[in-house]
Each structure stands twice: as C-alpha cells, then as structure tokens.
Design a protein around this ligand. Structure first.
Ligand SMILES: *Cc1c(COP(=O)(O)O)cnc(C)c1O
Length: 454
C-alpha cells in the first residue's frame, strides 16, 4: 500500500474550538499581534513547537501508574536508566527536568571564561548556558546547511575542515566538542553517522570529550537509514547505538524524542565528571535517582523510548513534513528543502520581497496564517534575532516561519487544512503589510513584545 497512515488509533480526544476569521482578527489585535500572547483555546492547530506537546500512548499512561515515588533508589529510576542505556550505552545517566538543566550542569563542569565550544549549530538554550559562563559558542555547520535550496541529504553535518582548523587555532581553550542531532536551529536537518564518527575522531585526537545534544536522535537515525549508503537494512536501535557509541556523553530534552511532556537527562562515561555533575544536580535539581522529575515521569519516558524507535511511527512522522513541503512547493511557495524531521520552514524573505526585513515579513506571514486558519506558527527572523546588545536593530540572516509538529497529535486532514490555509494566504500575499515593535523588553523580546501594523 502506498498510503502512509497514522500508525495509531485514537482512544482519548481533546476537542479543538473552531473560531471565525473575524474572531481571530480581534484576538490577535488584543494580543498586540504577538502569537505567544494568544490563549491556546483560541488556536485551532498549534504548530508553535514540538517540545513537550506530543500525545502519550496508552502504555505510557499505564506506566505512569506504576511510577515509584521513593525518594532514593526507585524502580522507576532503574527502568528509566535501562531504557536509556539500551539505546545510548553511557555509564552514568543523570535525570533532569528539561534539556536545558542538563546543559547547565554540563557547562558548570566544562565552560567558563574565555573557553570556546564548537558545534554544528548550538540550540539557543545551549548557547545561553555557554555564554552565561563567559565562554563562546561557535557554529560550524556545512555551508549547504544555511542554503534553503540545497538538497544535500545531511544538511546538519559539521564542516570537518572548519572543525580541524578550529581545534588547531583554539587549542587548550576548547573544553568539549558538541554536535546537535538533528540540527534544530538549522531546520531539523540530519547529521550522517559518518560525520558523527569523524567529529568524534577529531575530538579524541585532541583529547577532548565529545558530547551529543541528542534531542531528535530517532528522527536523525531514520534519515541515516533512508539516506546513508550501507545503512538501509539496519534497525533504528542499531543505528542509534552506533551514533552514541563514539561519544563521551550526551544532553537530552525528553520533550522531543522520548515522547515526554517533561524531562531530560545528562549522560557521561567518565566517573569523575559524573561525580561533579551529581553534586551540581543535588544542588539544583534533586537527588540523583529522580533528578528534576517524579517517578511516574521517569516511567513515561522509559516506555516512550521503546516507542520512538518504531519505524512505522518514524515513517509517518517524517512523511507529514515532506507532504506539506511538496504541496507548498507545488503551489510556488518558497519552502526550505528537503523537509526537516520535526518542522516545515517557509522562507518569507523570498515570498515577501516587498516587506523590509526590519518590518518583519515572517511575522506578517505568521499573523495572517493565524487570521486565515487559526494556525499558530513561529517567526524565526529579525523579531527573534534583530535586536542587538546595544539596543539597535540589524536584519537577521534569515526570515523564516516555522511550523513545528507535535508528535502523534494531528492527522492528515489537519495537514490538508494547513495547506489550504496557505493557498488562501497566497491569494492575499500582496496585501500583507509589515509591522513595527511598539514595546519590548531588553532580552528575549519575541516572547512578550507588542506590535503595530505599518
Ligand atoms: C529543546 C531543545 C533543547 C532544550 O531542551 P528543553 O527541554 O526545552 O530545556 C536543547 N537542544 C535542542 C536541540 C532542543 O531542541
């Protein structure tokens, strides 16, 4: 059969409240045109993020009932540790409440004033944790990764020549080497197994620990299976184990590829570093056998890790994005190709050349998409990155609209609805106007700033 179906049926439903266009226009006006300020009940299809927004399975809910809330040495911790180690063979598994808590602990050990930490592309929270320590975060993604039109199969790869030069130039100031799979900030693009192995070799040759930010490890393994020569006949767990076998540790947001609504972990092989990490964990998160989580959360993640590597799930997961990208591309709407693992990206710079970057074309698209279809997306452009530390404005390198898909939450008809809304938007594209920001905080302005139409 050619039709790729959602490989699950629905046992429990969450109604969506249908609103009219004029209602939505009023809601957006009242929210000062900031989509983060909308009430979730006023959103029909919420594609703001894939983080913690997925649907848990019946088995995960059942596992929560088995959660052991003992303060120390719970069975839940044992099940969680076994599930992680079954895929990622690290010696020490340290649970945290989210990915960023794992990063904060990692950076308390390795980062610090004047240090330089390379990655393909650091995620914002990783960069934030590095910079807060006085260290510098460097992105060494291959050039194809920044080209929305390149059809390179592994656009998340590290630029290996750039990494070699970086290690030679920065020497002792490089405490660790990192890589993010898939490359979230670069559009959910995958990293090949070969690239991971060479990066590990380079780190080892310089005597530096190699740490993987593994948030979307299962989607990455699926792309390796589909696209990397010699990997097509291997199982997803085998490929996942190979990716992590060459690393010295990992950080993880379990809100992504562990089917959790909350959770994360830090894993390390070195006994000394793990000891330091646990001391910090006790100060900031909790006792080492629960970290920042309840026993029931650990059990939900243990079960989620067995489900996320299912090939029927991954095929459907990645196909959802491909399907939308193909349909939008056929309509002549500029999309980033090939589709990433967790999100679809629209290139607003190419779609709305009549709106100046400092009048936020991607934001204009996100607002009109909400008005037309009640769909909430996220601007990744000059609203997010344009404000400089001295308060001035500079256009960002990209003006993208991101549609991030919660896991196992929406169906084919929702995807068709999104495509239809884009058709409507395309017919109105010449009427879109830019925005200006009328009120903003000093940092992270996109969450709370207010807009007015130009
Ligand atoms: C979400 C994410 C994080 C941070 O995880 P949180 O659980 O949100 O704290 C780090 N790295 C990547 C690649 C992510 O996608």
């Amino acid at each position: 059969m050619k039709t790729i179906i959602e490989p699950f049926r629905i046992k429990s439903v969450e109604p969506i409240r249908v609103t009219t266009r004029s209602e939505r226009e009023a809601k957006l006006q009242a929210a000062h045109h900031n989509l983060f300020k909308l009430h979730a009940d006023d959103v029909l299809i919420d594609l703001l993020t894939d983080s913690g927004t997925g649907a848990m399975s019946a088995e995960q809910w059942a596992a929560m009932m088995r959660g052991d809330e003992s303060y120390a040495g719970s069975r839940s911790f044992e099940r969680f540790t076994n599930a992680v180690q079954n895929l990622m063979p690290f010696k020490h598994i340290i649970p945290t409440h989210q990915g960023r808590a794992a990063e904060a602990i990692l950076m308390s050990i390795f980062a610090g004033k004047g240090h330089n930490i390379p990655s393909n592309t650091h995620f914002d929270t990783t960069r934030g944790n590095i910079e807060a320590s006085g260290a510098f975060a460097h992105d060494l993604n291959i050039a194809e990764g920044r080209d929305g039109q390149s059809e390179h199969p592994f656009k998340g790869n590290m630029d290996l020549a750039a990494l070699e030069t970086f290690m030679a130039t920065h020497g002792d100031s490089v405490p660790i080497v990192m890589i993010t799979i898939t490359n979230n900030a670069g559009g959910g693009q995958p990293v090949s197994l070969e690239n991971i192995r060479v990066v590990a070799d380079i780190a080892r040759a310089h005597g530096r620990p190699f740490i993987i930010d593994g948030c979307r490890f299962a989607e990455n393994a699926w792309f390796i299976k589909q696209r990397e020569p010699g990997q097509g006949d291997r199982s997803i767990p085998e490929i996942v184990r190979d990716c992590f076998a060459v690393a010295d540790g990992m950080t993880m947001s379990a809100k992504k590829d562990a089917f959790g609504n909350i959770g994360g972990w830090l894993a390390l092989n070195d006994d000394g570093f793990a000891e330091q990490a646990r001391v910090k964990l006790i100060q900031t998160e909790g006792f080492p056998t629960y970290g920042g989580l309840a026993g029931r959360d650990l059990d939900a993640l243990a079960q989620g890790l067995t489900e996320i590597v299912d090939e029927d799930y991954l095929r459907y997961r990645v196909r959802t994005n491909e399907y939308i990208v193909e349909r939008l591309d056929a309509m002549g709407i500029p999309v980033v190709k090939p589709a990433g693992g967790h999100a679809v990206f629209i290139d607003a710079k190419r779609w709305l050349p009549h709106i100046d970057p400092l009048h936020y074309p991607a934001h204009a698209v996100a607002c009109r998409l909400y008005e037309i279809g009640g769909i909430r997306s996220c601007e990744i452009g000059s609203v997010m990155f344009g404000r400089q530390p001295d308060g001035s404005e500079k256009p960002a390198a990209i003006e993208l609209v991101r549609l991030a898909f919660p896991r196992r939450t929406y169906t084919q008809s929702h995807a068709d609805y999104v495509v239809e809304a884009f058709g409507e938007l395309q017919s109105e594209i010449d009427t879109l106007k830019g925005f200006q920001i009328t009120k903003e905080p000093a940092l992270m302005r996109h969450f709370t700033c207010q807009f007015a139409c130009c």
